[in-house]
Ligand binder design. Structure first.
Ligand code: KG4
Ligand code: ZN
Length: 331
């Protein structure tokens, strides 16, 4: 089954062609980062307007890269939430148009479930059950994935998402948007010696707002003392270590608690080099298998949407042309 996936939930316009859920024939991504950077964050209306300019070209490019014609596509999968309403509607309506004209099934995909499915792309050695660590700009979730269509939330953030914390701390450090990759880079020249707090919450939940406040207080204190102590690389490395330590510790304990032997990483923050390194070491120590998608499949992309759409279709999950967008829907 060849599925064309479409992703327009935030600031990436993406289309991909995926065979049987796992073989990526093409994955085209047009990033809007430069468009939003002057505003320090994604401007929803600008995002939607850029999607509408790009979507036709991106879908055409995905088809031609894959070497397939529109008539070869067996189904159309589209991310229909969560995300920005106007942005989601562009991809959703485009997918509806294609499905209607081609008389082929349309399937709506939960964006976060798509992130988890990024781990299936290009490989045939991963099947549920496993523990998924979803760390993106909007979500921090530990999911017990029991089957292709069944999962439970075992942990989530009580306040900021991991990516949101990275972006906010980057902003106070004066680093450009998007902040996550900038902190990752700055941290490489720093020492993680500042003892920022690790929130201790019962169970497998997270909280990052106290950490963000501690970074702010540290900067304010150093500035009051003359400013020489505001060492961006050291602050970035110490903040990053605090986030990574908590994510890794909770992921490993949740995995063991569920009785699974596999952890998978997902979402934009899964690109973080320290997280990748630390969780590899922790999984080796604890005899757990670890899957971490290539960075291109961690950030928003349509290949993961096509993969999730494929598994939804196998389970009989096709949608009708009345399918709507659900900007705020959670797991
Ligand atoms: O999954 P994603 O592309 O979009 C959402 O669904 O939110 O994640 C974007 C988030 C942003 O907060 C970005 O700063 C963060 O992922 N991010 C990183 C890195 N690369 C992207 N955070 C830390 N280190 C990175 N290398
Ligand atoms: Zn995402």
């Amino acid at each position: 089954m060849i599925v064309l996936g479409i992703e327009t939930s935030c600031d990436e316009t993406s289309a991909a062609v995926v065979r049987n859920g796992r073989e990526v024939l093409s994955n085209i991504i047009a990033s809007q980062v430069e468009l939003h950077a002057p505003f320090g964050g994604v401007v929803p209306e600008i995002a939607a307007r850029r999607h509408i300019e790009c979507i036709g070209f991106i879908v055409d490019e995905a088809l031609s890269h894959a070497g397939v014609a529109l008539a070869d596509i067996d189904a159309f999968a589209v991310a229909n939430g969560p995300g920005l309403a106007g942005a989601l509607l562009v991809g959703l309506n485009y997918a509806k148009g294609l499905a209607f004209v081609q008389k082929k099934p349309l399937v709506g995909v939960h964006h976060i479930e798509g992130h988890v499915c990024a781990n299936y792309l290009g490989r045939d050695d991963l099947e549920p059950p496993f523990l998924a660590v979803v760390v993106s700009g909007g979500h921090t979730l530990l999911l017990a994935v029991e089957g292709y269509d069944t999962y439970r939330v075992v942990g989530s953030t009580r306040d900021d998402a991991a990516g949101e914390a990275f972006d906010k701390v980057a902003r106070v450090l004066g680093l450009p948007y998007p902040g996550g990759p900038q902190i990752d880079l700055a941290a490489q020249g720093g020492e993680a010696a500042i003892p920022f707090p690790r929130a201790k919450i019962d169970g497998f939940d997270f909280s990052f707002s106290g950490l963000k406040t501690a970074v702010l207080q540290h900067i304010a204190r150093e500035e009051k003392n003359g400013g020489d102590g505001v060492n961006i690389p050291n602050i970035a490395a110490s903040f990053q270590k605090a986030v990574v330590d908590v994510l890794t510790e909770r992921a490993v304990s949740a995995c063991k608690h569920e009785g699974f032997d596999t952890i998978v990483l997902a979402g934009g923050v899964a690109c973080n080099s320290a997280l990748r390194r630390t969780i590899v070491a922790a999984c080796e120590q604890n005899d757990l298998r670890l899957f971490k998608p290539e960075p291109i499949y961690c950030t928003d992309n349509a290949a993961m949407i096509a993969c999730r759409g494929y598994y939804r279709l196998l389970a009989g999950g096709a949608d009708g042309l009345q399918l709507n967008a659900y900007p705020g829907r959670m797991c």
